[in-house]
Design a protein around this ligand. Sequence first.
Ligand code: PEP
Length: 255
Amino acid sequence: MIPRKKIIAGNWKMNKTQAEARILVADLIQEIGRFDDAEIVLCPPFTALAAVSELLNSVTNIRLGAQNMHEAASGAYTGEISAGMLRELYVRYVIIGHSERRQYFHEDNATINRKTKAALAAELRPIVCIGETLPEREADTWKKVLETQLHEGLAGFTDKEIADIIFAYEPVWAIGTGKTASPAQAEEAHQFIRKTLANRFSSAAAEKVRIQYGGSVKPENAKELLSKPDIDGALVGGASLDARGFTAIIKNACL
Ligand code: PEP
């Protein structure tokens, strides 16, 4: 079995102006610009993509991602951004279906399915987010929730396409709350996701898929979480806004 390279992505959400982004990225380049023990991805807001892209140009090991995209190639979709527009800025990854998009912008599994297809068609690597809410965890329906998100979100996909997707298991109750799933809880969910993928697609494709954990990842908990066999990386929100914190997560977890 080929080992899965760890992937750590920073989701800046609606934070950092272009000027602030330049400062953060310059610090990150100093700290981890040549780091090669994990794939590192920065996902700034759309308005900072061009500036960050320019700075990363000379640094091959930090890659650029976006936080969202529209599924259409162009057209009358005021306020939206297409995959082609992202590609032009050397964006290579795109977060799809973050729980904040599901909650505040009513993105459902069918929308996420279309966006993921469009991302793959444009040769962007989708980071597809799934995860249960607190009531769903407490009612012990989390497996059903994940199964439905995967089933509907991946309807019509092929084995080859699945292997190119990065999944992020993000229990909604752990995002931005300071509460983290325990390493055992997270590993159980990751194993369940991989098993569900193996049942629907092939075990070879499921083995290749990288599954990140997201939800209050910090320098103090990153190592233990990422030492679990099915946790292949992290999607980091709040802690990715600070160069020292993000660097510490990467080094603690991957060295
Ligand atoms: C996220 O935005 O995907 C996230 C996990 O946020 P935080 O790390 O702040 O919980």
